[in-house]
Ligand binder design. Structure first.
Ligand code: ADP
Ligand code: GN1
Ligand code: MG
Length: 391
């Protein structure tokens, strides 16, 4: 893509083929027109590091030059089968959050996403191939991290995700569509893994025997939180379900957590899973697809900072059972994610975007390394949670 070129009416913006159903430049262009930017926009470029959707930065001309003004996304409808339901959830939640933020004296335009409708008033645009596109205002003066750069950021992240849970405490959960059924049902995820292993359609099982055993040995663990939820010990709340560090924007000036983004998977779920998914991603010393496992560790001091931030925001609302479930959330979200990567590897990489054939296997390995280290430090993880509950 030539990111400096002005887009003329009817002109091809760029052509690039991506792994998941490459986006045609024509569809991207149609989407720009649908949201009303066709003629005005300066240029568009691919953006972000997500594994599922396609994200683009839309630049608009201003007196001082081109400005990053909108986020345009093509939603992966292989993963999200009901895009209208996804958008309904997001509109409902962000509208609700705007009121909560106003009551708190905050700025709703910066502290939650602002969705933009199409020129015809729809929540999303469907392109010629039936693929859904949606648009948000870009939140200016914000930063997003792939890896914790300063420990304080992880404290901020815990505090923001905790605050988010609290803000949505009274949201009518029953109005939410279950956009991906059984998304964090670790027992079902284990079942999917077993099926992929039995089918072994790509004959890849032979290349990952150690990783397969790692999962099979942990079948019992998969049921720990699911069972507590089914027995009514753990309540369902409105949860985010994809609480990676790169799904929160920080204020570029103050460094404080600013806005929770990537709301596609907002659904009823367990607090422990949101907590755990954050730990999985953010308390790791290397990126999710680091090939050198010597660099991949679970950093318990980062874990402690997250616990501190998270419990400061939530200890009044979580039940004692929920608080106790948090360390299990970390272990199980990490195991589940590794299992999902391994499943996708066995199935031939049909779900997550991959850049090379072993990409999903590499990702699974980092997750299992983290699980292993969490298991070894599990008592300490529980003590840390207790410590910040009492303060
Ligand atoms: P994905 O589902 O692909 O992860 P996200 O919605 O998380 O997509 O967006 C990808 C990236 O785009 C984010 O990590 C963040 O850097 C940036 N981003 C998304 N929405 C906004 C926004 N409204 N303002 C600023 N940056 C954003
Ligand atoms: C996907 O879209 P993205 O990159 O934020 C996935 C998460 C995984 C994550 C692993 C809808 O998130 O569940 O934890 O990759 N999202 C979906 O990095 O499956
Ligand atoms: Mg994201």
């Amino acid at each position: 893509i030539d990111s400096k070129r002005k887009v003329e009416a009817g002109e091809v913006v760029f052509s690039t083929r991506r792994k998941i159903d490459g986006v045609s430049s024509r569809d991207l262009e149609d989407a720009l027109y649908a949201f009303g930017f066709g003629l005005q926009c300066s240029y568009v470029k691919p953006f972000g590091e997500g594994h599922i959707n396609e994200t683009y930065a839309v630049y608009m001309p201003t007196e001082d030059g081109d400005e990053f003004a909108y986020i345009l996304q093509r939603v992966n409808n292989n993963v999200f089968k009901d895009p209208a339901g996804v958008m309904e959830n997001i509109f409902g939640v962000t509208e609700y959050l705007r009121n909560v933020i106003r009551e708190e004296g905050g700025d709703p335009d910066r502290e939650t996403l602002s969705c933009i409708k199409t020129k015809t008033g729809c929540t999303y645009f469907e392109d010629s191939e039936g693929q859904p596109w949606r648009c948000y205002n870009y939140i200016p003066n914000s930063v997003c991290y792939q890896l914790v750069e300063e420990p304080e950021q992880f404290y901020q992240s815990g505090n923001s995700f905790g605050h988010f849970l609290k803000q949505l405490g009274n949201y009518p959960a029953s109005s939410l569509k279950e956009t991906i059924p059984d998304f964090h049902n670790t027992v079902k995820r284990f079942g999917n893994f077993q099926r992929a292993l039995h089918r072994d359609i790509k004959n890849r099982a032979v290349t990952c025997r150690g990783e397969i055993s790692f999962v099979l040995e942990r079948e019992q663990d998969c049921g720990v939180l699911v069972q507590q939820q089914e027995e009514g010990i753990l309540p369902l709340r409105v949860t985010h379900n994809d609480t990676k560090l790169n799904n929160i924007l920080f204020d570029a000036d103050t460094g404080k957590g600013l806005c929770i983004i990537d709301l596609d998977t907002i659904m009823p779920g367990l607090a422990a899973n949101d907590f755990g998914d954050s730990i999985r991603f953010g308390a790791a010393t290397a990126e999710e697809d680091e090939q050198n496992l010597d660099l991949v560790h679970f950093d318990i001091s980062l874990y402690e900072l997250y616990v501190k931030g998270y419990l400061e925001a939530t200890k009044d609302v979580l039940t004692p059972e929920e608080v106790e479930s948090l360390p299990w959330g970390a272990r199980l979200m990490t195991l589940e994610c590794g299992m999902r990567f391994l499943t996708d590897y066995l199935e031939g990489d049909t779900y997550f975007k991959t850049a090379y054939p072993e990409h999903n296997l590499v990702r699974a390995r980092t997750q299992f390394r983290l699980v292993d280290e969490m298991e070894q430090q599990f008592d300490r993880m529980k003590e840390i949670v207790k410590k910040y509950c009492q303060n």
